[in-house]
Design a protein around this ligand. Structure first.
Ligand code: PLP
Length: 395
């Protein structure tokens, strides 16, 4: 066997990407699978965004190395965006453009954590936080939320897990996998608590534009200057502009942290892909009509799909307020269908009902499954029909 570092033994492959790969393999074998696994909009990247990338390639602006932190017009556009939409003032030197928000988070944890430093992670959580913290030799401290509390953690929950080693808190609102959106008041309480204890707030706002039915996301950094100083915002173009394949994210916040992230990236990535940066520039500085259209599309789908999912025997759900996932407790459904665990139930859904979902284990909640509603209504309906037929056959 080839030599593999000990470092790799502490992490596991992303379960969402692993399930997507399984679905792809089954589809290639000719199986008609409906995949509710993916964390990406099914809409196409806007034409003007694609055109901007092509133009930058053809007139030779995008084909060589760029500054590690990203091209200045894009860093400035990100600053302008936060000023326009959230009234937060930053300088371009406080921005690093990265290869997706995922890479921004990875680099950030490498920069802020020493071995043994603790990171508070509300659970359920997005699968990569814990693995990235481990890779930075940090310690994950999970703070469990409940559906009764809309999957939100409170200051009391966080305080009960705080120690001398608590270095950072990761807050993801709107949330993957639950769709929970924290209110301004809730964020303010958590933000003030973090400031009081010198805890860095990692605010993952990647689903910021995707809130439904009157819910509204608030940026953590917009609440007060003190909270802003302690917060690193993570965001990107993947979800809001249907640009997952372009791999552009960013971190914005404390100048010293950002400059260390740039230093690290100068040795790891050099810079995010040039054409993608020009595409992201067009997206972020554009008229945002596409974002409105995307948000409305997903709101409509949620309102159509949620009542159908709610009625599947044994599925217990809480209506999401944002992002594009439903996180369903399927313990009872698994029992009804004769499975001893929800992971087995989720596997059977792929293999027998030909509907793919992600088992909740990777998000820290093994009785749950995550269902993405990034498909058209017709397919969402068909997926529910298949699950209902599967449940009927099993009981
Ligand atoms: N943060 C959360 C909560 C996510 O769900 C994702 C993607 O699924 C990311 C960050 C990373 O996004 P990207 O690397 O595509 O910008």
């Amino acid at each position: 066997m080839f030599r593999i570092s000990k470092r790799m033994s502490v992490i596991e492959e992303s379960p969402t990407l692993a399930t997507s790969a399984k679905v792809k393999e089954m589809k290639e074998k000719g199986k008609d699978i409906i995949s509710l696994t993916v964390g990406e909009p099914d809409l196409e990247t806007p034409k003007e965004v694609k055109d901007a990338a092509v133009a930058a390639i053809l007139d030779n602006r995008a084909n060589h190395y760029t500054p590690t932190a990203g091209i200045m017009p894009l860093r400035q556009a990100i600053v302008d965006y936060h000023k326009k939409y959230d009234k937060i003032e930053y300088e371009a030197s406080q921005v690093i453009v990265t290869e997706g928000a995922k890479n921004a988070l990875y680099t950030l944890f490498q920069v802020i954590l020493d071995p043994g430093d603790e990171v508070l992670i509300p659970s359920p959580y997005w699968v990569s936080y814990t693995e990235q913290v481990k890779l930075a030799e940090g310690v994950n401290v999970l703070v469990t939320s409940t559906p009764e509390n809309q999957f939100k953690v409170t200051v009391a929950d966080l305080e009960s897990k705080r120690t001398e080693r608590t270095t950072a808190l990761v807050l993801n609102s709107p949330n993957n996998p639950t769709g929970t959106v924290y209110t301004k008041k809730e964020l303010e309480a958590i933000g003030n608590w973090a400031v009081e204890h010198g805890i860095i707030i990692v605010a993952d706002e990647i689903y910021y534009n995707l809130c439904y039915n009157g819910n509204e996301a608030v940026s953590m950094a917009s609440i007060s200057d003190r909270i802003k100083e302690q917060t690193i915002i993570i965001n990107g173009v993947s979800k809001s502009y249907a640009m997952t394949g372009w791999r552009i994210g960013y971190a914005i916040g404390n100048k010293q942290v950002i400059s260390k992230m740039i230093e690290l990236s100068s040795h790891s990535t050099s810079n995010p892909a040039g054409p993608s940066q020009y595409a992201a520039l067009a997206a972020i500085s554009g008229d945002q009509k596409f974002v409105t259209e995307l948000r409305e599309t997903f709101e409509k789908r949620l309102n159509y799909f949620y009542p159908l999912v709610e009625k599947i025997p044994g599925f217990k759900v809480t209506k999401p307020q944002g992002a594009f996932y439903i996180f369903a407790n399927c313990k009872e459904a698994a029992e009804i269908a004769g499975y001893s665990s929800v992971s087995e139930f989720a596997l059977a859904l792929i293999e027998e009902a030909q509907v793919a979902v992600v088992a909740g284990e990777g998000f820290g909640f093994s009785d749950y499954i995550r269902i993405s509603y990034t498909l058209e209504e017709k397919q969402l309906k068909e997926a529910v029909n298949r699950i209902n037929q599967f449940m009927e056959k099993k009981t």
